[in-house]
Write a protein that binds this ligand. Structure first.
Ligand SMILES: Cc1cc2nc3c(=O)[nH]c(=O)nc-3n(C[C@H](O)[C@H](O)[C@H](O)COP(=O)(O)OP(=O)(O)OC[C@H]3O[C@@H](n4cnc5c(N)ncnc54)[C@H](O)[C@@H]3O)c2cc1C
Length: 503
């Protein structure tokens, strides 16, 4: 049997495209098989809103990634019109918060410095595959030692503080520091966005640190809009793929990996076509990779159990409203409307929205992150991330969708009273829709929870946290691997490194 390709990548999400191109630049003959009829996966206007910037180490591995970003500030909306707008610059933010509480303003600077130094210590670990302690090798122990040193270098006091905070919930930390509930709500929103956590859930603090590590180590900085939208980003990746001679087959869903002598040697498409390669890389989520592509018959009981318990129930739906005119948000000027607008007015509000989701039910008052698009044109639109829209909602999404959309619009009405009259069309994509249409189990933002037992050396599961699966020749490069999801390209880049190391 001859290998037609050096590498087959299953999935053309942005991580699959990044991984494929880094390998192609190293003279590998690469084919991508994508199930959908287009590329980019979740990188789509109907899904993503605000993004972090692709790190330099990812773009330089690609020989440059000419994508332009616009930095965005964040505004916490208040029903009273007393909104807080923060830009991620400590000097400016201090001044803004002083207008509400001078104590909070000073504490904010201290809190930001502390969180920023912790996220930098974690961030230094993001660009490499985590160590594999079971290996007992010098390089793996050295990696772990380096991480320990990065945190230890913070100094004894900060090290102790880091150790204290790591498993904490964000609510305790915010309530200890701030009195303004709107500010608390805005920070807590970012700590839980995309996760199955409430602000009082242990681990919500590390979620925020992980987010900060990919958002310029800032709480409210590092939030961007892509110039030209998601399509411009995907087109850029496709141009690069073209230059690097990466072949892409769309509408080519992979049914399973072909194995020989306990090694992945190719893929079989759902149409029966078989294609062979020396290495196979899955951009699909961990559960699909193990249960569908690898197949339970190839897994031992322990691995099967771990994947079965891998947590990936999505909690975010995306609601897109096309508008015939720009809505009037109470007490908002042009700059405010161009910001990331958040409805999460307090920690208690968020926790109440979270509570029903523990039982896979829906809160009719969820938390929202909104982006007003084309505000100066005749076709404005409002894109809304709706947090705590549970995957597999007990109410049944088919029964409840319309009522749920109406409830979200009613909620927005409290902040923009004329919103109803501005709406032309409404479309919601739920986690169940994402599972079905984007092939992501549970429709999860990160292809799996970012929680202490699914992080670093444990992501997605022990024994597969270095982008290598339990099957020789089969790798993973998607958001389900270290360090997780969001538009960073880091998993794709790290996976390519791991494959090149094994060559
Ligand atoms: C509702 C929602 C909103 C989000 N909003 C934001 C946001 O505003 N900002 C942000 O930074 N991040 C956001 N994210 C997260 C971000 O979109 C993802 O983490 C990221 O896009 C994942 O990229 P990926 O390449 O790893 O995987 P994906 O984009 O999921 O790509 C995987 C690809 O693999 C393909 N595939 C799967 N199985 C097969 C198969 N068997 N055969 C062939 N192809 C297959 C899929 O079709 C898909 O194209 C959001 C996520 C969700 C769910």
């Amino acid at each position: 049997m001859s290998d037609n390709y050096d590498v087959i990548v299953i999935g053309a999400g942005h991580n699959g495209l990044v991984c494929a191109n880094i390998l192609a630049k190293k003279n590998r003959k690469v084919l991508i098989c994508e199930a959908r009829d287009n590329c980019g996966g979740l990188l789509e206007e109907s899904i993503t809103n605000f993004v972090p910037q692709i790190p330099m180490s990812v773009s330089s591995s690609l020989g440059g990634l000419p994508v332009k970003y616009k930095a965005k500030s964040s505004i916490a909306l208040s029903e009273s019109g007393q909104h807080i707008r923060l830009v991620g610059n400590q000097h400016i933010d201090h001044k803004v918060i002083s207008g509400f509480s001078s104590k909070d303003a000073d504490r904010y600077v201290e809190f930001h410095d502390k969180m920023s130094s912790f996220s930098k210590a974690l961030g230094s670990f993001m660009m490499a595959s985590p160590p594999r302690i079971m290996n007992n090798t010098f390089s793996d122990y050295f990696k772990l030692f380096k991480l320990g040193m990065n945190v230890r270098m913070l100094g004894k006091k900060k090290f102790n503080e880091f150790a204290r905070m790591i498993g904490l919930n964000i609510a305790d930390e915010l309530e200890d520091n701030f009195e303004n509930t709107l500010l608390q709500g805005l920070i807590a929103h970012d700590a839980v966005l995309g996760s199955n956590l409430g602000p009082r859930s242990p681990g919500s603090l590390i979620n925020l640190l992980f987010r900060m590590a990919t958002h310029d180590n800032s709480i409210f900085g590092g939030i961007y809009e892509i110039d030209g939208g998601s399509k411009a980003f995907v087109d850029t990746l496709l141009d690069i793929s073209n230059k690097n001679k990466v072949e892409i087959k769309t509408s080519s869903s992979v049914k399973r990996c072909i194995t020989e002598n306990d090694k992945a040697v190719g893929v079989e498409l759902h149409n029966g076509e078989k294609i062979y390669a020396k290495k196979i890389i899955s951009n699909a989520d961990p559960r699909s990779t193990y249960f569908s592509l690898l197949g339970t018959e190839n897994l031992d009981t322990d691995v099967k159990r771990r994947i079965k318990h891998h947590r990936s129930k999505g909690k975010v739906a995306k609601l897109s409203l096309s508008l015939n005119k720009q809505p009037e948000f109470i007490n908002c000027d042009k700059d405010d409307l161009e910001s990331r607008m958040v409805i999460a007015p307090s920690i208690d509000y968020i926790e109440e929205a979270f509570n029903p989701s523990k039982f896979d039910k829906l809160s009719m008052e969820p938390i929202l992150e909104m982006k007003l698009k084309n505000s100066d044109q005749s076709n404005p639109a409002l894109d809304i991330q709706v947090q705590y829209a549970s995957y597999g909602a007990q109410e049944g999404w088919d029964n409840i969708k319309d009522n749920y959309v109406d409830a979200v619009i009613k909620l927005i009405e409290k902040y923009a009273p004329d919103i109803q009259s501005c709406i032309e069309t409404k479309a919601i994509v739920t986690p169940d829709d994402i599972e079905k249409n984007f092939h992501v189990t549970g429709g999860h933002w990160h292809h799996g929870e970012i929680q202490i037992d699914q992080l670093f050396m444990l992501r997605p599961i022990p024994g597969a946290s270095q982008y290598r699966t339990h099957l020789d020749g089969l790798y993973m490069c998607g958001a389900g691997t270290h360090p997780g999801g969001g538009l960073t390209g880091i998993p794709g880049r790290n996976a390519a490194q791991a494959i090149l190391e094994d060559a």
